[in-house]
Design a protein around this ligand. Structure first.
Ligand code: OGA
Ligand code: NI
Length: 356
């Protein structure tokens, strides 16, 4: 949703999510899902786990080994069916991942006034707060976010980067750099898995690809049967890397008409593709629909890193993936962030609108 200026059209609600969570107050109907309720769906959640991929086998030097070739085939079939997986072998230490979660939690634990120093402006995208309310019938998410742009570096709005805890900025900067390296390895491996030249996807991101982060804070909710942490959506990114809470589940992925839990694996990173990779892969790779459920007991944190092509660059299906059997599915698009936002306002699905 981020990427274009937004305007709040509806006055803020009487009580904040934080107040309702702490006091155990019934959320107002603006938070209720319009579909029946959430739990019955959960009752038929299959146990089929989302795939785990060892990405240490996907670096250029490992790919020629037997294990590398097998993992590459697994990557291809996973992205074709699920569009997401749990990545292990990514090289980031568990203590560093803990640190990333920790600085997020420490920021969120600050007094409201302190956090509000980093508030998202009413017409802005970056900063701390709830999602903007764009229409009266919008179903609200039971969450707080801290949304920040990391790259291009000259576009950082440092005044919105917390100074408390003191190591927040440094940890975020380091995490962003490390995740970017992982994403680059993955983009190359994805191209190779489809027998393409290895830069086929990464070259579409351009020199000034955009990297943004979202710290998601989900408080406990008295009505998990009616209220979601995040509504079903696909990411508009090219590729997303999500660090989940170490203990508390909540993320679910939609596949074959069912919701699948993404179990907690403390040292894993969840990788999912976004709409722009579905477009560049001519629909071969999927941008999965996912959502976050709430629970009445514990708070959950997650840290998402979104990487997407620079807005001025036209992206589209890679030539090598278009043939008579698989005609071009999507047209070329530029600035998918604003395209996505316009579609959202019109109530249409961006990926559908990008179809030929
Ligand atoms: C997101 C998202 C999932 C989560 O930030 O786009 O889907 O588990 N987050 O918080
Ligand atoms: Ni998402």
């Amino acid at each position: 949703m981020a990427g274009s200026p937004v305007a709040t059209v509806v006055p803020p609600l009487a009580q904040s999510v934080q107040e309702m969570s702490v006091n155990g107050n019934e959320p107002p109907p603006q938070y209720f899902l319009k579909e029946n309720s959430i739990q019955p769906m959960d009752s038929f959640l299959p146990s089929d786990p989302i795939p785990i991929i060892d990405i240490s086998l996907l670096s250029s030097s490992s790919l020629s080994s037997k294990g590398g070739e097998e993992e590459l085939q697994k990557l291809k079939s996973t992205l074709t069916s699920w569009g997401c997986f749990q990545a292990v072998g990514h090289g980031l230490s568990s203590s560093f991942l803990d640190k990333v979660r920790e600085v997020g939690k420490q920021f969120f634990a600050l007094p409201v006034e302190e956090k509000e120093k980093y508030s998202r402006a009413t017409d802005g995208i970056e900063g701390y707060g709830n999602d903007p309310i764009l229409s009266e019938n919008q179903v609200l998410d039971w969450s707080y976010r801290l949304f920040l742009r990391l790259q291009p570096v000259d576009q950082r709005k440092l005044r919105l980067w917390p100074e408390n805890p003191t190591e927040f900025r440094e940890v975020l900067d380091e995490y962003g750099t490390k995740v970017k390296i992982i994403m680059d390895v993955l983009l190359k491996a994805m191209a190779k898995s489809l027998n393409l030249e290895e830069n086929s996807f990464s070259s579409q991101f351009g020199e000034r690809a955009v990297m943004q982060t979202r710290f998601n804070f989900y408080l406990s909710c008295p009505r998990p049967d009616l209220v979601l942490g995040v509504k079903p959506h696909s990411d508009r990114s090219g590729i997303t890397v999500l660090l989940q809470d170490k203990e508390v589940e909540g993320l679910q992925v939609f596949k074959d008409d069912k919701w699948f839990k993404v179990p907690v694996i403390p040292h894993a990173l969840v990788v999912n593709l976004g709409d722009q990779m579905q477009i560049m892969s001519n629909g071969i790779f999927k941008s999965p629909i996912h959502r976050v459920v709430t629970n009445s007991e514990r708070m959950r944190i997650s840290v998402a890193m979104f990487n997407e092509p620079e807005p001025e660059k036209e992206i589209g299906p890679v030539e090598g993936l278009i043939d008579e059997k698989r005609p071009r599915l999507y047209r070329d698009v530029k600035n998918y962030a604003s395209f996505n936002f316009e579609c959202f306002q019109k109530g249409v699905v961006p990926l559908e609108s990008a179809k030929i």
